[in-house]
Design a protein around this ligand. Structure first.
Ligand code: SAM
Ligand code: ZN
Length: 274
C-alpha cells in the first residue's frame, strides 16, 4: 500500500467494498466518489480552501488544455521514458499536481503507460477532484507537500512543476537511485507579459536548488514563443505568481495588445538520489 495515515503514520489499508481506508489505530478516510482520497485532516488545514483558488485552477486548466505547454509535457514524457527500466512498473508522483495536466500527458505520451503507477498530490481539493474525474487510471490525494502521506521509499520518480517543495519529504519518499524531475522558470519566461507589469523586468536566476544528497544528471532549457488570444492571455496571467500586480491599466493593456507574442522559457532538471 502506498499510503500512510496522516495522523499516526501507520500504514493505511483499504476497506472493501466501500473502498475507504483505515489504519491500525482506527483512523478512517473515505474515498470520494470521483476516486480520490482526502488525507488532509482538518487540524492540518490552515485555511478553508488551501492551495490555488477555483478561479486560478480553471484558468490554468483552460490554458493548459489549449496545448500551449504541450512541448514541455513532451520533454517530461521523453525524459521519463529514457530512464525507465524495461518491464518494471514505475511509481511516479506529481507533487502540487494541480488539476493533473502533466499526469494525463504522461499517460498519453509515454510508452507502455500500463506500466506506470501514476500518483498526484495537491492541497487544493477542487483541483484534485477535477484531476481524479479526468484520469481514473491515476491515484490522487488531497494533502500537503510538507507531509506527504506515502510510505518511505515508495516512488521511483517525483515530478515537481512550479509547485512548492519540501526537500526532506522528497528524500523520504524516493527510493535510493530514484529521480527528481524539476521544472522551474528560465530567465526569459513570460518576458513580454511581465513588461506590462514591471517598470524594469528582471531575469529569473537559473540557480537550481536540489535537496541534499541529490546529484543533477541532466538539464535542458526549453523555450519557444506562444501567441495566446485575449482570453488565453488572461488565463495565463491568472496562473502566474505576479497576477495580483496586474491591475487596471496593465490588465487591459495585456488584453488589448494586438498579436502579442510571449516567450516561454523552462528549465527542466533531472536529479538522482544517491
Ligand atoms: C503553480 S501551481 C502548479 C500546478 C501544476 N504543477 C501545473 O504546473 O499545472 C502550484 C500548485 O501547488 C499547489 N500547492 C500550494 N501549496 C501546496 C502545498 N503546501 N502542498 C501541496 N500542494 C500545494 C497549489 O494548489 C497549486 O495547484
Ligand atoms: Zn492512524
Amino acid at each position: 500500500m502506498p499510503y500512510i495515515c496522516p495522523i499516526c503514520q501507520s500504514p493505511l489499508r483499504q476497506h472493501l467494498p466501500s473502498q475507504g481506508y483505515y489504519c491500525q489505530n482506527k483512523h478512517h478516510f473515505d474515498r470520494a466518489k470521483e476516486g480520490y482520497l482526502n488525507l488532509l485532516p482538518v487540524q492540518f488545514k490552515k485555511s478553508r480552501e488551501p492551495g490555488d483558488s477555483r478561479v486560478m485552477m480553471r484558468a490554468r486548466r483552460n490554458f493548459l488544455e489549449a496545448g500551449y505547454y504541450q512541448p514541455l509535457a513532451q520533454a517530461i514524457a521523453a525524459l521519463i521514458d529514457s530512464h525507465r527500466t524495461k518491464d518494471q512498473p514505475m511509481h511516479i508522483l506529481d507533487m502540487g499536481c494541480g488539476e493533473g495536466y502533466y499526469s494525463r500527458q504522461i499517460e498519453t505520451l509515454c510508452r507502455s503507460p500500463e506500466q506506470l503507477d501514476l500518483h498526484g498530490i495537491d492541497i487544493a481539493k477542487n483541483a484534485i477532484l477535477a484531476a481524479a474525474k479526468k484520469q481514473p487510471n491515476a491515484r490522487f490525494i488531497v494533502a500537503s507537500n510538507k507531509r506527504m502521506p506515502y510510505a518511505d521509499h515508495f516512488f521511483d520518480l517525483i515530478l515537481r512543476v512550479y509547485a512548492p517543495s519540501h526537500d526532506a519529504e522528497i528524500d523520504r519518499l524516493l527510493k535510493t537511485g530514484g529521480l527528481l524531475l524539476l521544472v522551474t522558470p528560465g530567465p526569459r519566461h513570460l518576458w513580454q507579459l511581465k513588461k506590462f507589469i514591471y517598470r524594469e523586468v528582471k531575469e529569473h536566476s537559473v540557480k537550481i536548488d536540489l535537496p541534499e544528497g541529490f546529484k543533477q544528471i541532466e538539464s535542458q532549457r526549453l523555450g519557444y514563443t506562444i501567441s495566446p488570444d485575449q482570453e488565453q492571455r488572461m488565463a495565463l496571467l491568472q496562473m502566474t505568481p505576479f497576477a495580483w500586480r496586474a491591475k487596471g491599466e496593465a490588465q487591459s493593456n495585456i488584453q488589448r495588445a494586438k498579436g502579442l507574442k510571449i516567450e516561454t522559457d523552462f528549465i527542466v532538471t533531472l536529479a538522482i538520489k544517491s
